[in-house]
Design a binder for this molecule. Sequence first.
Ligand code: SF4
Length: 246
Amino acid sequence: MTTAAAGVAGAWIDELFSSWQGEGLWLGCRQLFLRFSGCNLRCAYCDTPSALERQPGFRSGAGRRPNPIGVAALLAILEEADLAAHHSVSFTGGEPLLQAECLLPLAAGIKARGGRVYLETNGSLPDALPPLLPHTDFVSMDWKLPSATGADSGCNHAEFLRLCRGKPLQVKVVCAAATGDDEVEAAAAGVAAIGRDIPLVLQPASEPGGGWAVGWGRLAALERICAPHLQEVRIIPQMHRLLNLP
Ligand code: SF4
């Protein structure tokens, strides 16, 4: 256990499991998913309602464990799950950066064991990011649109992205039925202001019963809106939904 972990309160976890990355540029990479509980946003299309609030316990493999759990115990579980057989450990949620105090010793411990850290975030908490960045290998940031969060969420996505420059990085924009042209163009322009080379992924929102909230024609129209701003715009749906993976 790292010295940094001493005195850190335990982490609140929603689930811990091994699967394949189902979204974005790292699609298909085998990862250990560490889903943190709690989120500061309430997106209309949220597909992880169980992670919005802290629960007394969490799923870990085939069993359940109590919350909160110490960093040393989490590292032991990750090691037992064979870090070396995985591309990386995904910190996801919920919003993992709400538990930044735990993330730092956890990420340092993963790196010390030869693993890599993949941060999936809503990009709303740039102040929590700098200490974690030296221990982070990949960043996947959602650019939250006003139509998704109910209003202007106040997320300083531009500042978050600026901090991440130099890391392998992607920005995802989830496209739902309510998504407007103007807000997507504003997101693309906002990403471009930090770097035209940052890849942007348009991801159709998945519907609870399967299928996408928007069709291919609409996605193609949104792609045409973003393309003049950025060097790389892709349309990638959530593959784990299509394949019925965890
Ligand atoms: S940021 Fe993610 S976890 Fe939080 S409400 Fe939005 S979709 Fe759900």
